[in-house]
Design a protein around this ligand. Structure first.
Ligand code: NAP
Length: 250
């Protein structure tokens, strides 16, 4: 691939994982609103089809992918580059929880959360990083969490995976910076999606007391931050961890 410079935001080519619902769906919507061409990938075929119908844009395509599938992830990236000639933005957003207190957490629940949340972000960063290095430009955004910064009762596996994403992102950012490839993390606080709908009301009430702005965030609040980090407006920002949490983490 020949060396090339950054293209304007409205010509950028992006991949968003976990794009079928929740925060990922809003990120796809935001990048499309910015004029980007977006591939939404997710493990859920039906939800992806619903997302495609909802976003109704000829700049939005979908692909089924389990982000833990290394060869599959590599193929999604190479297919995108074959089709569009470049990849400017990767948002590693797909994530899961398997909550339990540490002393009751099973090996399987530890391993699965590490694989889906952390290893997938490594695979995506590696595959997109190779393309972006050759292009001499690109932005990778990894979806960490307030839990990764502060820890959270019942989420030792999840918090460790999200803290790991910060270490991964800072390391990759330092490796890729001289090739004009940026890697940043976004740390959502308590955002209204199906992930948090599953939390018992008592725990939700407790979480609200910790939020200085006294409200849950919306997926669109996270999407705006991701849009900024994907855009040239953040062109000198790399290796950073941006909290979007109503003031919880300071
Ligand atoms: P969500 O509503 O559960 O959506 C996550 C999406 O990722 C779902 O479509 C899910 O598919 C998909 N997914 C799960 N495993 C996958 C895999 N192996 N391969 C591909 N796709 C997979 O979650 P969300 O609340 O939007 O969260 C998005 C990201 O933000 C996650 O990384 C989460 O940890 C992070 N985050 C969320 C909050 C919050 O308050 N919501 C706070 C901090 C951080 P299925 O429908 O099949 O499960």
């Amino acid at each position: 691939m020949a060396k090339s410079k950054s293209v304007p935001d409205n010509e950028k080519i992006a991949i968003v994982t976990g794009a079928a619902r929740g925060i990922g769906l809003e990120i796809a919507r935001e990048l499309l609103d910015m004029g980007m061409t977006v591939l939404g990938v997710d493990i859920s075929v039906e939800n992806l089809a619903a997302a495609k119908a909802e976003l109704a844009s000829d700049k939005f395509d979908i692909a089924t992918l389990d982000v833990t599938d290394s060869a599959g992830f590599e193929k999604v990236v190479s297919d995108m580059v074959d089709k569009h000639g470049r990849l400017d933005v990767l948002v590693n957003n797909a994530g899961i929880t398997r909550d339990n207190i540490c002393v009751l957490l099973t090996d399987d629940d530890w391993d699965l959360v590490m694989k889906v949340n952390l290893k997938s972000a490594f695979i995506g960063t590696r595959e997109a990083g190779k393309v972006m290095m050759r292009q001499r430009c690109g932005s990778i955004i990894n979806m960490s969490s307030y839990s990764g910064l502060e820890g959270n009762r019942g989420q030792a596996n999840y918090a460790a995976s999200k803290a790991g994403m910060i270490g991964l992102s800072k390391s990759a950012a330092k490796e890729l910076a001289k090739r004009n490839v940026r890697v940043n993390c976004v740390c959502p606080g308590f955002i209204k999606t199906e992930m948090t709908d599953a939390i018992p009301q008592e725990a939700k009430d407790m979480a609200l007391t910790m939020i200085p702005m006294k409200r849950m965030g919306q997926p669109g609040d996270i999407a705006k931050a991701v849009g900024f980090l994907a855009s040239d407006a953040s062109g000198y920002i790399t290796a950073q961890t941006l909290s979007v949490d109503g003031g919880m983490h300071t």
